[in-house]
Design a protein around this ligand. Structure first.
Ligand code: PFF
Length: 476
């Protein structure tokens, strides 16, 4: 590793370009697939309210911290932390959490692309079905006409049983991610965000309105916002905390990397707040899009991870315009996934450029192909290697297949560790004057921020880490 990182010299063309790209990174499968799944499984209201508290008390200070490090550092995550440490008379060894973040981002990308590949397949299936609906002269019919519920469910099992199909979808999605990142910050990532995010918001609003008109919006609102505090058990709190980190892309140095492309201006506080608010609104809107549809057809909101792939296609079958809206729904998830996966690939890519001096296409290619290969192992875990338990010797992962092991290891260990080190570094080591001038916070907000980042964040994250590693503590 070279001693001083090289500035990449790349940058966003404006503050709004940065916000759009950062919101694009935050809004992803975590909002549209994981959040409703967790809210459904955890009984709704109490989980949702606790989640919102986590986002603002814990997530927001961490968002600001990561952007601050990038803004000051102006290079990849490792180099940026080293620079902030240098300006704060702290040990350069703190940069280790940039390295942990880059490895975590790389590992998350490997399975994120596999799951996004499923979405790609469903978007294709529903798209073909919609075309058939048009050709049959009934464009507003329900989705997958004539198929029984069992047949619709069987589609998912059939997809999982085919390594070739999963591989092609994974390849397609990773190829697209790689293509965008290799083009660079302004002509790749920024351009993708500027085109895709408006499409995303239009689709989201369209689908929420569809859910309100055709579905049971009242029931969904009650489910999502009426708390039954008895359901707020320690495991539920733990998953809400973990979800807040994942959804805001924290602990993987993604926002350090994106923050390093901010060239001028301060006001990082309001920028961070906008990112956290937008991400949370999208998660809530995703709930308000999915649950009215689920309730309209009397389905189970606690269906778990298959909610999106089995429950919803069936719901779209029974609803007018379901073929069209079902197709749009999967396109929406796909768009959200792309703007997130590019941020995941960007973290190690920036490391290769900043620390190794590689050219961007080379760096993106190395990490893109690496993540693709690990993803192949993940997808084989759904068929030929379904018995493989990579960390089976560890009771925590004894029953976990390959994809869920990579997901669990990054989500339960690496991400909280990255977030913990970030909060300790900013709360206790970073130069306070540098922090205040760069963030541009008022004295009052700065005091609150310092309290949250130095005390509440480390404490809460240690709880996530410990209870994540030793679930027996929670009696789970
Ligand atoms: N925040 C993304 C989501 O909610 O889907 C996931 C993610 C993207 C995590 C990028 C971390 C990251 F760097």
């Amino acid at each position: 590793m070279v001693a001083t990182a090289k500035n990449t010299g790349e940058g966003w063309s404006s503050r709004s370009a940065f916000i759009l790209a950062a919101v694009g990174a935050a809004v992803g499968l975590g909002n549209i697939w994981r959040f409703p799944t967790l809210a459904g499984e955890s009984g709704g209201g109490a989980f949702v309210i606790f989640y919102i508290a986590c986002v603002f008390l814990l997530g927001l200070p961490l968002v600001l911290s990561e952007i601050f490090i990038g803004r000051v550092g102006q290079t990849d995550a490792v180099g940026s932390i080293r620079r902030v440490a240098g300006q704060s008379n702290a040990s350069p060894a703190w940069s280790i959490f940039g390295g942990i973040g880059a490895i975590a981002a790389f590992l998350i990308l490997s399975f994120y692309s596999v799951v996004a590949g499923w979405v790609l397949y469903y978007a294709g299936t529903m798209g073909a079905d919609f075309i058939q609906a048009i050709l049959s002269g009934d464009p507003l019919r329900g989705a997958l006409a004539g198929e029984s519920r069992d047949q619709i469910q069987q589609r998912l099992s059939d997809m999982f049983a085919s390594p070739m199909l999963l591989l092609v979808m994974h390849l397609g999605f990773m190829g697209l991610t790689l293509f965008i990142v290799a083009r660079g910050v302004s002509s790749g990532i920024e351009k993708a965000a500027t085109y895709l995010m408006p499409i995303f918001f239009v689709l989201l609003l369209g689908l929420v309105i569809y859910g309100a008109v055709e579905g049971e919006m009242g029931e969904a609102l009650t489910f999502l916002f009426t708390p039954d505090w008895s359901k707020l058990t320690p495991p539920v709190m733990n998953s809400a905390l973990g979800q807040a980190l994942f959804s805001l892309s924290l602990g993987v140095a993604g926002l350090i990397t994106y923050g390093s492309y901010i060239k001028e201006g301060s006001g990082l506080g309001s920028t961070s707040a906008m990112i956290a608010i937008a991400d949370t609104c999208v998660a809530l809107l995703a709930g308000l899009m999915i649950f009215p549809i689920v309730f309209a057809v009397g389905l189970d909101p606690a269906a778990g991870p298959t909610l999106v792939f089995q429950t919803l296609p069936f719901a779209f079958q029974t609803m007018p315009g379901g073929a069209l809206f079902g197709f749009l729904f999967f396109v929406l998830i796909l768009v959200a996934a792309v703007t997130s996966s590019i941020s995941l690939l960007e973290v190690p890519t920036a490391w290769g450029i900043g620390e190794r001096g590689w050219r961007r296409p080379k760096s993106a290619l190395i990490f893109g192909i690496g993540a693709f290969v690990i993803g192949i192992f993940c997808l084989l875990g759904y068929n030929v290697w379904s018995d493989v338990r990579p960390l089976g010797f560890w009771s925590l992962f004894a029953e976990t297949d390959i994809l869920d092991t990579v997901d669990g290891f990054t989500g339960k260990i690496m991400l909280p560790l990255g977030a913990l080190l970030t909060s300790l570094f900013i709360g206790w080591k970073a130069d306070k004057r540098l922090l205040q001038t760069t963030t541009g916070l008022s004295p009052l907000s700065f005091g609150l921020f310092r309290f949250l980042i130095a005390w509440l964040c480390p404490l809460a994250v240690i709880i996530i880490l410990v209870t994540g590693l030793f679930p027996s503590i929670l009696g789970a």
